[in-house]
Design a protein around this ligand. Structure first.
Ligand code: GLC
Length: 725
């Protein structure tokens, strides 16, 4: 933990005093790959290497740094270990969909162990950007739309990666990114400008980063984008005023890839020299890939354009992390000293996480779980047996042979008891080849059920891969419509990197099981769910719109002065021809889509049903001190044992800044046998109810609050309480 007091600061200080300016600047440089950079490392001109994850290579370049440079300062070896290393867990929205921070922490610990074995000592994760736009490719790396859920998951990943002691074997430094507001890119188009008023920035977008600071995250990364016209890479408000000033952050900040130099392209700097000056002045400590610091900082200091103390501060922060990692005692790795990757424990954790990440969106006819007497299954779709695509984005170090696909898991489960007719029909998610449609229809007619594995290939999600139309790509929808005519129960299992528009198929299928790319053990997890070994328990970390045109749409919106009322809604097709235009009785909605999403944040069905009762508040109000306890009874009113995520929401009814109609403030996952009940209890304090007022003061204002406990962001038991100053 970064907050543990140790001798790293004094050791960094004494080393700093022995360094030349050139050597100091060397520590601020991260090169991509080792090849071709050996002489720079030997000369003390590199502080970190990105994208080396082979133990022999890492040991070789550490040896050059330690034994051949003048001061022998070890290297930070960085890698994007985002949702696993060799054992892949679900992509981050899937991790968030578990609403299980303990599981997410365990997964990060496993990823750290597998990465550290190769000599990687720094992961460029967790990404804690709030993402409310499914068009944005990098929603696939986010924990979704909510500040509370993202904060909890981000902190859990920091704990998992860094452990209790950064120097312990298997601990690696984490990196909170992309600071800040990257997910608010206009139009959901990656790298685009973000316009966020400071009250919203602080309440929604900065809070998860603060949660990572409080958890002791070792480093930060700036975003590529401009925030309100200032590139984050050169934004002194973000890096110095907020991060290093208000938050007193002791770690260091790295730019994103070439993002210092890209400030020229932004139109914020005239040339490399100005980019170097503005970035260092703003508080950017380390440069990723580009080399403007190496080229210009020494002259900027000697000409008095930059105070040498700025360089010293940056170097001190970086050395502090290197000392805390124990690199000066042992910079090398020996894979034999680590657990084997993909061992049974790692795979079991990945399977459990994938299982808990699955969200049952529809099951009206009870087609799931499959009946025990099922004897013949038709298995179709591009995601049924694709070991690469089910892993999702950011999987540099996987071996696809390790993946267990749904088809493989089905065959293992079925043995000779169930006949499985498998036909991809569509080779990849974007395929439009309909030549196998009729064969599929014929097989479906003879089957007890059809399992359709569809979704998105990994590469049409992730960085720079934004989609203006985020429905099922290719001819997947058409195939569903063809099969719907057979009358055989249709179960659609989706693996994707973002919320999808499903309205075109919603009425065509009996059940929909949705997974954000589920990782190595996605197959066995899905089979556990399809055959009822476990009930789905995942809950949406992000809203699913009915139409792309509803974006942005998220649950914690403000009420407006003309909130929509369901009963008043008149669909575009029902508006009388030449109806009289008036401004009375109008409400905020779409005449062709209404105002509700298709699936709300926090939604997810189960094979059982849960009932909430007996909402209790410990008092009718709270003041600045003390806490309010809010509880409710959760009962499994169905026939199978299952897990439920109980969620706590609040609303501040009147305030000096209009507050959201709901905000998540707590959640807990409970497991209940049929008929069993459990009381879930949450506490609320004044701090939980605070927000930034127009004067940017963090305040909790007197007044009435609503509070809900329920199974999603739309329902639940509601109570009220007063906050009294
Ligand atoms: C990428 C990403 C960043 C990643 C870095 C190194 O462009 O924006 O998240 O950590 O480069 O791969």
């Amino acid at each position: 933990m970064m907050t543990k007091k140790d001798d790293s600061e004094s050791r960094a200080e004494s080393l700093l005093r022995r360094m030349t300016l050139r050597e100091k600047i060397g520590q601020l440089m991260q090169c991509d790959r080792a090849e071709g950079n050996e002489d720079r490392i030997r000369g003390g001109s590199v502080g970190s290497v990105l994208n080396e994850a082979d133990p022999d290579t890492v040991n070789r370049i550490q040896k050059i740094a330690v034994e051949e440079s003048r001061l022998g300062i070890p290297l930070l070896i960085a890698r994007d270990v985002i949702h696993g290393f060799r054992t892949l867990f679900p992509i981050n929205p899937g991790l968030a969909a578990t609403w299980n921070p303990e599981l997410v922490e365990q997964g990060a610990r496993i990823a750290a162990l597998e990465a550290a074995a190769t000599g990687v000592n720094w992961t460029l994760a967790p990404m804690v950007d709030i993402a409310r736009d499914p068009r944005w490719g990098r929603i696939a790396e986010s924990f979704g739309e909510d500040t509370c859920l993202t904060s909890v998951m981000g902190a859990a990943m920091v704990r998992g990666f860094q452990g209790e002691d950064l120097a312990a074997p298997g601990s690696i430094a984490a990196c909170a990114k992309h600071f800040a507001g990257y997910g608010a890119a206009e139009g959901g188009r990656d790298y685009n400008s973000a316009h966020i008023p400071e009250t919203l920035l602080r309440d929604v977008y900065l809070a998860p980063f603060k949660a990572c600071v409080d958890e002791g995250v070792a480093s930060f990364m700036s975003g590529f984008h401009d925030l309100n016209g200032i590139p984050c890479t050169g934004d002194a408000f973000l890096l110095r005023t907020v991060l290093k000033g208000e938050w007193q952050y002791p770690g260091f900040v790295i730019s994103d890839y070439n993002s210092i130099q890209e400030m020229i392209i932004h139109g914020y700097c005239a040339d490399d020299r100005e980019a170097a000056e503005k970035a260092m002045t703003a508080g950017m400590d380390m440069e990723m890939a580009s080399r403007v610091y190496e080229t210009h900082l020494e002259a900027l200091v000697s000409e008095g354009r930059l105070a040498p103390e700025l360089i010293d501060d940056a170097v001190r922060r970086i050395l502090g992390v290197k000392f805390r990692l124990g690199l000066f005692e042992d910079p090398y790795t020996d894979p034999a000293k680590f657990p084997a990757p993909l061992n049974a424990g790692h795979l079991a954790a990945a399977r459990k996480t994938a299982l808990q990440s699955a969200i049952l969106l529809k099951n009206g006819t009870g087609a799931l779980p499959l009946a025990p007497e099922v004897a013949r299954l038709a298995v179709f779709g591009p995601m049924a047996d694709d070991p690469h695509e089910q892993l999702g984005t950011w999987t540099f170090d996987r071996n696809i042979d390790d993946t267990v696909t749904p088809l493989q898991a089905l065959r293992d489960y079925a043995g000779d008891a169930i006949r499985i007719d498998y036909l991809p029909v569509l080779e990849i998610s974007r395929s439009t080849d309909r030549s196998d449609f009729s064969r599929a229809v014929a097989l479906a007619r003879e089957s007890d059920a059809v399992l359709l594995f569809m979704g998105e290939e990994a590469i049409i999600t992730g960085e720079a891969h934004c989609r203006a139309d985020f429905s099922l790509p290719g001819a997947q929808e058409e195939l569903i419509h063809e099969l719907a005519s057979c009358g055989t129960p249709l179960v659609l299992i989706i693996m994707a990197g973002r919320p999808l528009i499903l309205d075109g198929v919603l009425d065509q299928v009996d059940s929909i099981l949705f997974m954000f790319h589920p990782g190595t053990m996605g197959g066995p997890a899905i089979v556990d769910l399809l055959f009822g070994r476990e009930s789905p328990s995942g809950k949406l970390p992000v809203t699913f719109p009915k139409m792309a045109g509803q974006v942005p749409i998220y649950y914690s919106h403000r009420n407006t002065g003309r909130p929509p009322v369901k009963e008043h809604f008149t669909h575009i097709d029902d508006i009388p021809v030449r109806a009289v235009q008036n401004s009375l009785g109008n409400e905020s909605h779409y005449i062709d889509a209404g105002y509700e999403p298709r699936f709300v944040f926090g939604y997810g069905l189960s094979y059982t049903t849960f009932e909430y009762s007996d909402l209790q508040l410990s008092a009718d109000g709270i003041g600045s001190e003390g806490a309010l306890t809010v509880s409710a009874l959760v009962t499994n009113t169905g026939s199978v044992e299952a897990e439920e995520v109980a969620q706590l929401y609040v609303r501040d009814l009147v305030a000096s800044v209009v507050r959201p109609v709901r905000e998540l403030k707590g959640f807990t996952r409970v497991r209940l046998k049929p008929g069993a009940s459990m009381t879930v209890t949450f506490t609320l304090s004044a701090a939980d109810l605070s927000f930034h007022n127009p004067r940017l003061e963090e305040v909790t204002e007197p007044g009435t609050f609503q509070v809900w406990i329920g199974g999603d962001s739309a329902g639940g038991l509601c109570g009220t309480f007063e906050f009294r100053d």
